[in-house]
Design a protein around this ligand. Structure first.
Ligand code: MLT
Length: 270
């Protein structure tokens, strides 16, 4: 991986291939590796940039992030700074997954002029309800004591389609490994930020960039029905359901996700 110094952190990122820039933003509490199959496929015809968000993977937190939390807007600003730091001036295709999708909404809001296309994978537009918010804050408070492995115990059952546990245990193991090695302060920072994230539903009808909404058929975190509602609210958005996948579409059914992404990216190059 490469690293770039931006104002609040040293950001680690993969930068492979040439052509239209495609920025892939991972979910919680993961890192760029959830996009490995897409990096390999898309970098044959595009410049694929896949960072580790602040605190995750090989990117460091700034002092106080764990206690203060990192807003979705701040993560989005980090991404804009990363693009500046590595000299990406032309419009990008931005693909956000779950947490990465929450960040992508804020990127659209603040840095929308940098976009030629938006892909929202397995994510939500609404804010948390009181129960989820309380759960996030409880995790933020206790994660140092619990250890990161507890997050896999809590989230694991919701991350994959039932068949994935049986037929593709190596994918479950790979995700477990990433979660177990995520530093507790990064988990606390992201949970506080997600708990405070705004409802962006009112913004959806005003999104003018070409958009693809993609979801796993069995996603138990951001359901296909909910994502269909997001696609319906964004003018002209395309909606793709990935059969047999749960939340972790990019890893559970990489070929189907690659095909949808490659087609969408190609359509944005004129
Ligand atoms: C993710 O995959 O990024 C998480 O499920 C997001 C969340 O906790 O809302």
């Amino acid at each position: 991986m490469k690293t770039a110094a931006i104002s609040r952190t040293k950001m680690a990122y993969v930068d492979e291939g040439q052509g239209v820039p495609v920025l892939l933003v991972h979910g919680f509490p993961l890192d760029h590796s959830m996009w490995d199959a897409q990096i390999a496929a898309l970098s044959k015809s595009a410049r694929v940039i896949a960072p580790d968000l602040r605190g995750f993977g090989k990117s460091s937190l700034a002092a106080g992030d764990g206690e203060r939390g990192i807003s979705m807007e701040a993560y989005a600003d980090d991404l804009a700074e990363l693009l500046d730091a590595i000299g990406v001036k032309e419009p990008i295709v931005l693909a956000g997954f779950s947490l990465g999708g929450y960040v992508a909404w804020q990127f659209v809001r603040k840095h929308g002029h940098r976009l030629r296309g938006l892909v929202q994978c397995d994510t939500r537009a609404v804010a948390d309800n009181e129960e989820s918010r309380a759960g996030r804050l409880k995790m933020a408070e206790n994660i140092a004591e619990w250890g990161s492995g507890r997050v896999m115990e809590m989230m694991g059952p919701k991350l994959f389609a039932p068949a994935t546990f049986e037929k593709k245990p190596e994918i479950v193991a790979a995700v477990r490994k990433v979660i177990e090695t995520t530093p507790p302060p990064a988990i606390a920072a992201a949970q506080r930020g997600m708990a405070a994230r705004p409802d962006v539903t009112a913004m959806l009808p005003h999104i003018i960039v070409p958009t693809l909404v993609l979801v796993g058929e069995h996603d138990a975190i951001s359901s296909a029905t909910e994502m269909k509602g997001i696609a319906d609210a964004i003018p002209g958005a395309e909606y793709v359901v990935i059969p047999q996948a749960g939340h972790m579409t990019t890893m559970e059914e990489p070929e189907a996700v690659n095909a949808a992404l490659a087609r969408f990216v190609a359509a944005q190059v004129r």
